[in-house]
Design a protein around this ligand. Structure first.
Ligand code: NDP
Ligand code: GDR
Length: 345
């Protein structure tokens, strides 16, 4: 059985990737950082299913603590490491630039050093991002496009992206950069715009919320479904030679279009509910992102399977159900009826 180590296992992609690898009969180890609350909600069902058989094993470690990373890699000796852990919120990276850089930069460096010093040949996947391109209108972005980061988050990702290449070229490490465009799901963090919208639609439909406040609704993103993208990560790691690959849908839509479609799905007109506020805008915005994943299609035979319309539908339907459950709990006095978005996100 192959052994994988996943950083960021408690995040959106962490769930979909673990589920995928467990189905492929891997033993999956994951890093969980200490928090004052449980932070394993997304993978709790996988823990119940695979934990007792020791196919899914969690360890306390932190990407900012290189000693914890070195100790873990030498203890587990995995066949593959997927480095998904990050402070992944672009707006937050302007508020916490040092921490954002620390997690990405120290984490990737510690992992690559551990691999370099390991007696075992360990493959490495780095979660690179379309944010590294900075974005340009009417421009299809691929593996050869210029990196022009516009946020501390993207700058830190560029460092890790380059470091992965450097360790590949200098030490012959099997290191791949998956340059992934935005991918979403019902498990997307609630402060990212698609989920913020689908949550609001569910809650507004159930009379639990009256308005949705957004920032720049004229930003364009190339949005796909996370479940499709984790397959691409796996395929990159099984390819005979390590390389960098863009994963994207080749379609771009605005935040406004996402909102329009999401509200329309439950028979509501977005204009009656969406307001904008500058507090959700960023000091520097990536206005347009559109990817070209022809290389992944040609070499890996990877293609996204979920359309934009289907993605919106999946997310809205899941969040309508979630709001219905909340409404029931509120009516029984078991949940507080007030709800606000956290500040500045
Ligand atoms: P999430 O924000 O959902 O998950 C991030 C994960 O990183 C969580 O498990 C989080 O733990 C963990 N983490 C954060 N800080 C630390 C730390 N100091 N030590 C250890 N773990 C830490 O991100 P996604 O799943 O959406 O994305 C996965 C990766 O892919 C990220 O690196 C992201 O930057 C990158 N990416 C994402 C894209 C997307 O559209 N989703 C597109 C391109 C790249 P906790 O649960 O405790 O917070
Ligand atoms: P992004 O995702 O920055 O692309 O990074 P996010 O959903 O946060 O923003 C997308 C676009 O929507 C605009 N926007 C808002 N964004 C948020 N979060 N909240 C709002 O209220 C709002 N209103 C408008 C943003 O300005 C932006 O233009 C995501 C993350 O997953 C990164 O980790 C990953 O690398 C990239 O996708 C690819």
């Amino acid at each position: 059985m192959k052994i994988a180590l996943i950083t960021g296992i408690t995040g959106q992609d962490g769930y979909y990737l673990s589920r995928f690898l467990l189905n492929e009969n891997y033993i999956v180890h994951g890093i969980v950082r200490r928090s004052s609350n449980f932070n394993t909600q997304r993978i709790d069902n996988l823990i119940s299913e695979y934990g007792p058989e020791k196919k899914l094993i969690l360890h306390y470690a932190d990407l900012t603590d290189s000693s914890s990373i070195h100790a873990l890699v030498s203890k587990i000796l995995p066949d593959e490491i997927y480095n998904l852990g990050a402070q992944s919120h672009v707006a937050v990276s302007f508020l916490n630039p040092g921490y954002t850089a620390d997690v990405s930069i120290s984490g990737t460096t510690a992992l690559l050093e551990s691999i370099k010093n390991s007696p075992k040949k360990i493959k490495f996947y780095q979660a690179s991002s379309s944010e590294m391109f900075g974005g340009k209108e009417n421009t299809l972005l691929d593996e050869t496009s210029l990196l022009d980061p516009k946020s501390p988050y993207a700058a830190a990702k560029v460092f890790s992206h380059n470091l992965t290449k450097i360790y590949r070229d200098s030490y012959g490490i099997f290191g791949v950069n998956g340059i992934l465009f935005n991918h979403e799901s019902p498990l997307r963090g609630e402060t990212f715009v698609t989920r913020k919208i689908s949550r609001a639609v569910g809650r507004i439909k159930n009379n639990l919320q009256s308005k949705l406040t957004l920032g720049n609704i004229h930003a364009f993103r190339d949005w796909g479904f996370a479940g499709d993208y984790v397959k691409g990560m796996y395929m990159m790691m099984q390819h005979e030679t390590p390389d960098d690959f863009v994963l994207s849908t080749g379609e771009t839509h605005s935040v406004k279009e996402f909102s329009e479609l999401a509200f329309a799905h439950v028979g509501l007109d977005w204009k009656e509910f969406v307001i904008t506020d500058k507090r959700y805008e960023r000091p520097n915005e990536v206005h347009h992102l559109l990817g070209n994943s022809e290389k992944a299609k040609k070499i890996l035979k990877w293609e996204p399977e979920t359309s934009f319309e289907k993605l919106v539908q999946i997310m809205v339907e899941a969040d309508v159900k979630k709001a219905e459950q909340e409404k029931l709990l509120i009516s029984e006095g078991l949940l507080s009826p007030t709800w606000e978005h956290p500040i500045g996100l």
